[in-house]
Design a protein around this ligand. Sequence first.
Ligand code: FAD
Length: 389
Amino acid sequence: MTQQNETASVVIVGGGVAGLTLGTFLLRSGIHCTILEKHSREHVENRQRAGSLDASGVRTLRQWGIEEVVEEISTGDSADPGMPLLVDGQKRLWKMDGHGEDEADSAFCPQQVLVRNLIKLFLRDGGDLRFESEDISLEGVETDSPTVRYRAPDGSAKVISCDFIAGSDGYHGVSRTVIPEDVLKCDTHEFGYAWLTILAEVPADPLAVMAVHSRGFAAQITRGPNASRLYLQCPLTDSVGQWPDERIWAELETRFGAPPAVRGPIVSKQVVPLRGVVFSPMSHGRLYLVGDAAHLISPMSAEGMSLALHDAEALARAVVKHVDEGDSSLLKSYSDTCLDYIWERQAAAVWMTDTMHDSGDASYRGEFLRKVARANLETLTQQRTAAQS
Ligand SMILES: Cc1cc2nc3c(=O)[nH]c(=O)nc-3n(C[C@H](O)[C@H](O)[C@H](O)COP(=O)(O)OP(=O)(O)OC[C@H]3O[C@@H](n4cnc5c(N)ncnc54)[C@H](O)[C@@H]3O)c2cc1C
């Protein structure tokens, strides 16, 4: 097997939202980077996951002049009174706080659409993105010239020497594993329940609706003109086999207090435990963790992509400062800077997840917390009748 040696300023492991935005920010700052992605282009462009990008994420893309990658199904509107929230079948309106920003900036944009557009933009800018890069291994991250080895699609072994490695290969990636166990700390919070997440070929009208009910939380969120993500809170022990299609539609009807506007084919189902996870530090030597490789946030807050963008921007600015000014202060503070923001967002996500779930099915956390969550729900919602909205 032949081996070819190359160089790059930054090797980015993983071509998801975090890796692609970091690559774009660096490329547009004149810094040579190579993105190594394990899967094929077709696979990553069709992988369905998130569906909304919060105001902070949209603003980051706008600041870098690449807001064109957000292909909105619809944005919020400053005149929009909020998202419908059905509490025991009664319609309320929930205005997300937008963490101090104008929430009108948030956008419904399926993650696979964002990823597809980021790939197109990066390649159009002349970026170096290598799909089907397998068996990636990181070496010498504690030295000044780390290397990344991988196997190219033609089977050849490749080595790239670089100044920095960005580990943006998601929660199950390999980058984080090179940080010694006695250095890397993991803080985890398990919420104690799961979401049955369902992809169905039905339009969502309105684009997002949530329900709090004594049988548990439920939601329907758009994923395109003829696609929706449906969510049903369920016990951690539930399996997909316990949820035939008929049971899903009946349960949605009960929790929403009315039949779903349209029923249609269900194309996938998955049971996802709700948890928050934070790894620290987010850097070790010349390796920097970005996005889900460093943290998971409850999907209730819909901020995973936005946190990935926050990390990507922080790392891009740090690398640019190092290269342009020989100043590595931002690289040194990268982990602390990101962790401060991540813990702020984790706190908000835990509050929102507890409020939306504890206020419904009391069997998980008891009647006392149900009443506390109901009181919190009052401060979140504006009581209006459907006729007024
Ligand atoms: C049910 C659910 C709903 C969600 N809803 C939302 C939402 O509405 N809004 C939101 O903002 N977030 C949401 N999220 C979270 C969001 O999907 C993630 O936070 C986001 O994908 C993180 O991006 P990333 O680039 O860090 O990681 P990923 O998207 O996981 O990308 C990592 C990339 O690295 C690649 N890779 C993995 N291993 C290797 C390897 N060894 N070598 C090379 N490449 C590798 C992968 O193929 C992938 O392309 C949701 C998550 C879930 C589970």
